[in-house]
Design a protein around this ligand. Structure first.
Ligand code: IPE
Ligand code: IPE
Ligand code: MG
Length: 244
């Protein structure tokens, strides 16, 4: 019997370990963020070549504001550097940029650059490059619950009309439609936790962990994780012929 290989439409990555990468080399932590940014470019192109439809990258969490002021400032400036440098390649490759997170809390310059990146690539029809920036999943769910509460208060909805679909539709991934839930989540740096990333959307995602820090994670590593994923047995709670 030929085993059915899983289709990888939505890949999510928790890009962790930039600071440790830098410290190991005797460099300041921000040098790791710079190298991490360069790796985003490499991995985006590799993901595109693998036929992935949505690549979600966790770049800054709602909890990361608690880091030292200088590090936060550096991270807030990375989108400016990234899009300045990478926009022509994104256009050439038909990549559509999306940024999910609480964007109106970003510094003006960062806000402007991410809005511009989304506007300039809005007509592209290839890979969706989705950055989670000032994103936190509990807050995302809380926002959705509040919105639903308002709809009920104003008589536009009744509580028995609340469905899983309705909740999914209120999350920041709603625009990805049938691809809104990641098929595979990879976290680098050896940590094995979710850190407030896509809690709802990851319900049936396959999870994979790399011991490499993000700047060291290569295209070949990605290919290995993807082929491992393709051969996994995803059950979604059911049984099938291979279980008997
Ligand atoms: C991931 O690397 C990037 C962000 C969270 C912004 P870290 O900065 O968390 O690196 P480590 O985990 O401290 O090594
Ligand atoms: C998760 O990494 C957030 C990002 C990669 C942007 P953290 O380094 O912030 O997570 P914890 O603190 O180790 O859980
Ligand atoms: Mg970390």
């Amino acid at each position: 019997m030929v085993e059915k290989r899983n289709q990888l439409n939505h890949l999510a990555i928790i890009m962790d370990g930039n600071g440790r990468w830098a410290t190991k080399q005797g460099k300041p932590r921000v040098a790791g963020h710079y190298e991490g940014m360069n790796n985003v470019e490499r991995i985006t192109l590799a993901a595109d070549q693998l036929g992935i439809k949505v690549l979600s990258l966790y770049a800054f969490s709602t909890e990361n504001w608690a880091r030292p002021k200088e590090e936060v400032a550096y991270l807030m400036n990375l989108p400016v550097r990234f899009f300045d440098h990478f926009m022509p390649t994104l256009m050439e490759n038909n990549v559509k940029v999306n940024i999910m997170g609480y964007l109106d809390e970003l510094p003006h310059k960062t806000y402007d650059v991410v809005q511009r990146a989304m506007a300039e690539t809005a007509q592209n029809t290839g890979l969706i490059l989705n950055f989670a920036f000032n994103y936190g999943s509990r807050r995302e769910i809380t926002t959705a619950v509040k919105e639903i509460g308002t709809l009920i208060e104003t008589g536009q909805l009744t509580s028995d009309q609340i469905t899983e679909e309705l909740i999914s539709d209120r999350l920041m991934t709603a625009g990805f439609k049938e691809f809104r839930d990641p098929d595979l989540l990879i976290r680098t740096s050896g940590e094995q936790r979710i850190s407030n990333f896509m809690l709802w959307q990851l319900a049936y995602s396959e999870l994979a962990f790399s011991s490499k820090n993000w700047p060291d994670f290569t295209k070949e590593d990605l290919q290995e994780f993807v082929s491992d994923f393709q051969n996994r047995h995803r059950r979604f709670g059911k049984l099938d012929e291979t279980d008997s």
